[in-house]
Design a protein around this ligand. Sequence first.
Ligand code: PEP
Ligand code: MN
Length: 372
Amino acid sequence: MIVVLKNSITEQSAEGSRVIDYLSARPGITPKVHVVAGTDRMLTEIYVLGDTSALDQREIEAFPSVEKVVRVSRSYAAIGRHNDDTRRHGFTYNDVTFDQSSLHLFAGLCAVDTQKNVEGIFKALNEHGQRCARMGAYKPRSSPYSFQGHGKHCLPWVFELAGKYGIRVIAMEITHDSHIEEIRSALELSGYATGVMLQIGTRNTQNFELLKAAGRQNELPILIKRGFGITLDESLNAAEYLASEGNHKIIFCLRGMKTHLGDPHRNFVDFSHVPVVRRLTHLPVCIDPSHSVGGRGQDPIGILDVMHVTAQGVIAGANMILVDFHPYPAEALVDGPQALHIDELPWFLEDFQIAREAFEKRLDLSKRWNKK
Ligand code: PEP
Ligand code: MN
């Protein structure tokens, strides 16, 4: 059960604490307060943990400070969609709004290498009106002998260059909780030249201590990748960990599943789950066509598989695209074979825009059809 307090009522106010005291006095019930930054206001929500079956919903709704009570019908209490749940979800970070209606491109380097390449990407994105990017500083690699990323050492110049080209949000993977503080202090030192969306990679989807650490801070949003060898339910529960710790600025990313049945793609593309995640949760859904497809395969008329699967995700309602681009893919230190050339950016932008327009037409059609 979630008790949503009225606009401007806080946990500390007399009205707010009356509700919390009421709930705390019920046997076996623990109230946990979450302050959620919605797209238009701050919401104070009380998550009622324990056996709520004996609670009287109408009695709670009778408190003047309570806006509504949402009965949680599934296991994803915080991220799930629930019956009679009309709360507006989504969040704004560094002037960019993310919700299930928006669509943002995060193109860029799989791994930060040289300043010249980072600048080349930011410059091209800026020239095409983009405000978001991907840049990996900490890389989880299968082999200990492979390039591990420049780590914290590259943060000052990456952030400065991002600021120079108007990049507002960079998706950046973290592999250890200490990276959160490294990123936060580098952002502060840069004078908040840009912003960072922490990325939890597929190898860490069930690293529960990392999830808890990322969820405990509320400043930076989090992009959580689906685990490549676990069920969707397990991955959504991982996202629930983040929210249960208090961070509700979450985006869920599909990136393909590890099985040889997807050959010749690197992973089995799972973008048919875009509408499933939109239905089960209120989280914006990201697709990562690069790590799904893993190469530059193309069909007989020359459309790259990376573009085909992007279109498939976008036409199904994806809200974010995370994709590898490089000015010199052959020289990339990580995942060069799957990176698109930066000169292909306008082609990629126009191609997925066609799919987006088709999605919008499908929305209109379904509105008309469902009214009948
Ligand atoms: C990445 O996006 O750089 C990455 C390593 O992705 P994944 O965790 O999906 O493999
Ligand atoms: Mn990669």
